[in-house]
Design a protein around this ligand. Structure first.
Ligand code: WT7
Length: 638
């Protein structure tokens, strides 16, 4: 469990919150709809998904909803032809959405840009043509290393439009982390910006691309496209680097949308696992759009008048699904903010909500806890009455933060939906709807056709109140298809530990009402401020330093970030365990992994606890750290 004592609070949480009658009357899916859908899906899940798919436009209808012949490599809507960009963009141009705002973007300094669906459509077409002129074809990879900008959305959509595969690397990752992803994904083009603003400073980005391209295995990259943003010094390498503005200037604003097979790859997104090598999670055109469309419309009850703000960066799955594709498919207005939520002061989030009349706010517990520290003075300064629904994602939300948000931001009127899902699931899996009865700290029940359960290591359901492993019994359209270039790891990680079911990697418990309470990861993956970081990744970064002999990393509870990393290190002969060494190692980790990898403490040890076969026992270190019983240590070396 990630907060101090939060597990205790979660165990004793018995408050319930009910929706206002008006919400129920007006909802896209009311309790009756939900009940019916659950009943229908329990009998015939494929009929449920087929109906959901019919809400979208396809170039050619599917022959089969689900092909299980090569399970666990499930295929959805086989035989169908489509392109997610058709649904996210092209079709709106023929409707009343044409002149509606697609994007409201605000820069850190308070500058803003707004784009209608028609303007976005034209910009995407121009860039799609430019990508084609650079030789980008169906199936090619295009890497994005972008700050939050309208061009980030344009680049994602343009890539998908021409049938290429986008792979985003969050701008908080290092040049080294980027290089690893380049060598795996082998992109033809990289799209980046000169820099961006964060905390009042201009942060360089292009220079990190240059640095990463100096490494081996980067020959696939033919072109680097650079968007102007922060006016920082940039070195342009002739024949390789091009300015975005110059590239698109002469292009036509019409561009055909490639017709894709339903199962053609849409994007690749790297996520931490239990080994040092991030997993390349594969999503496709057909099923992914069905999952995000249904969940956005039901979980966030999207109406034509909504202004939707999901605070995630587009570089994470939450950004892919609920900043970019979901809101655009729904034809709503998506808000994108470049800067830091505390800049220039701690009311920036509330200021944005009031300024643009945000109606739905989807954010992370870590941000709520950060803003909570400042009390209610800041939210009280702003008119937040436009809000009607709140959402949380990324880690368990402690009831204290939930109730604070519900009362002080949501006026005790806006439902706060706690949505559980993962990069692998593509869209929300376990979540209430705004019409559901809520319990603070619980993501409530699986959505229709999602057969989630809590089981023991053999796969047998555990009784209510008891902790166990979170699994999903049946496939769903927006699921991960495979791990890029590593189908074996896909099978082993998700489908074989408990044969035939999807293993999520989380611990959970069900209560007497069937509500699910997520307790945190069951594997050696940390969840720092809602972002995954593998212990093994941190450790391999550490041992890459000349002074480090061995390292072990664990997650420890943190009041704001949920979890932070602590590293235990043994030094090589001739190196001193000094404060300077701590500093040096922290800088080293930042260089290796980027600012996303926050290591709070580094402790030096003469040796680390190991099994007789030489495996470091992180579990023992963690128990020691938390003052808990270390459990079975019979395999410990001495
Ligand atoms: C892990 C997935 C797609 C969400 C953003 C993170 C944790 C996510 C919740 C929640 C408790 C949650 C889980 C999950 N998580 N949402 N509502 N309550 N825990 O995506 O990086 O793929 O991480 O985030 O541990 O396995 P991700």
């Amino acid at each position: 469990m990630s907060q101090d004592g939060a597990l205790e609070t979660l165990l004793h949480e018995d408050r319930v919150f009910r929706p206002l009658p008006q919400m129920v009357i007006e909802a896209n899916a009311n309790p009756q709809t939900l009940d019916n859908a659950r009943r229908q899906a329990a009998e015939d899940p494929l009929a449920y998904w087929e109906e959901a798919a019919k809400e979208l436009e396809w170039f050619k209808k599917w022959d089969k909803v689900l092909d299980e012949s090569d399970a666990p490599f499930y295929k959805w809507f086989t035989g169908a032809k489509c392109n997610i960009v058709h649904n996210a963009l092209d079709r709106h141009i023929k409707t009343g959405n044409k002149n509606k705002l697609a994007i409201i973007w605000e820069g850190e300094a308070g500058d803003s840009r707004k784009m209608t669906y028609f303007e976005l459509y034209r910009a995407v077409n121009k860039f799609a043509n430019a990508l084609r002129s650079l030789g980008v074809q169906k199936g090619d990879r295009v890497m994005l290393y972008m700050p939050p900008l309208p061009e980030t959305v344009i680049a994602m959509l343009a890539t998908a439009k021409v049938g290429a595969i986008h792979t985003m690397v969050f701008a908080g990752f290092s040049a080294k982390a980027m290089r690893d992803r380049i060598s795996d994904a082998q992109p033809k083009v990289i799209i980046t910006a000169d820099g961006f603003y964060r905390n009042g400073r201009a942060v360089h980005l292009k220079s990190l691309v240059d640095e990463s391209l100096m490494g081996p295995d980067c020959d696939s990259v033919e072109t680097v496209v650079v968007v102007h943003r922060a006016n920082v010094q940039v070195e342009m390498q002739e024949a390789r680097d091009l300015w975005y503005e110059e590239l698109v200037r002469a292009e036509s604003s019409e561009s055909p949308t490639e017709s894709m097979d339903s199962e053609d790859m849409l994007f690749l997104l790297y996520s931490s696992g239990t080994t040092g090598k991030p997993k390349g999670i594969v999503h496709t055109h057909g099923g992914y759009q069905v999952g995000i469309n249904r969940t956005l419309n039901w979980v966030f009850d999207i109406k034509p008048t909504d202004i939707f703000w999901c605070t995630a960066d587009a570089g994470w799955i939450t950004g892919h699904s609920y900043v970019v594709y979901g809101p655009l498919i729904a034809g709503t207005t998506t808000v994108i903010f470049e800067g830091h939520p505390l800049y220039p002061q701690a009311d920036r989030v509330w200021d944005l909500i009031a300024k643009y009349g945000v109606t739905v706010l989807y954010t992370a517990p870590t941000l709520v806890r950060m803003l909570m520290r400042f009390g209610t003075q800041y939210p009280k300064k702003h008119d937040l009455s436009s809000l009607r629904i709140l959402g949380s994602v990324g880690e368990p939300i402690n009831p204290e933060a939930w109730v604070w948000m519900y009362k002080n931001i949501g006026r005790s009127e806006c439902p706060l939906v706690d949505t559980w899902w993962q990069t692998e699931t593509g869209s929300i899996m376990i979540s209430p709807l705004p019409v559901s009865v809520l319990k603070p700290g619980s993501c409530t029940k699986p959505l229709p056709a999602i057969e989630a359960d809590v089981v023991d290591e053999k796969g047998n359901p555990v009784p209510p109140g008891k902790g166990g492993l979170l699994i999903i019994r049946k496939p769903w359209p927006s699921m991960v298809r495979t791990l890029f270039k590593d189908p074996e790891r896909y099978k082993k990680t998700y489908w074989e530990k408990i044969p035939g079911v999807y293993l999520a990697g989380d611990m959970a418990r069900k209560d007497e009402d069937g509500y699910i309470w997520i307790q945190g990861r069951s594997d050696d993956v940390m969840n720092i401020a809602g972002h995954r970081l593998g212990s093994a990744e941190l450790e391999s970064a550490l041992v890459a330093h000349k002074a480090v002999a061995e390292a072990a990393a664990i997650g420890i509870p943190d009041k704001i970030k949920g979890e932070v990393a602590k590293a235990f290190v043994t030094l090589r002969e001739g190196f001193d365990a000094s404060d300077d060494m701590v500093k040096e190692l922290k800088i080293h980790i930042r260089n290796e992994l980027g600012p996303v990898a926050i290591v709070k403490t580094i402790e030096f040890r003469d040796k680390l606890p190991k099994t007789r076969s030489g495996k470091i026992m992180r579990r023992v270190l963690k128990a020691e750290e938390l003052g808990q019983d270390v459990g079975d240590i019979s395999t410990l070396e001495d």
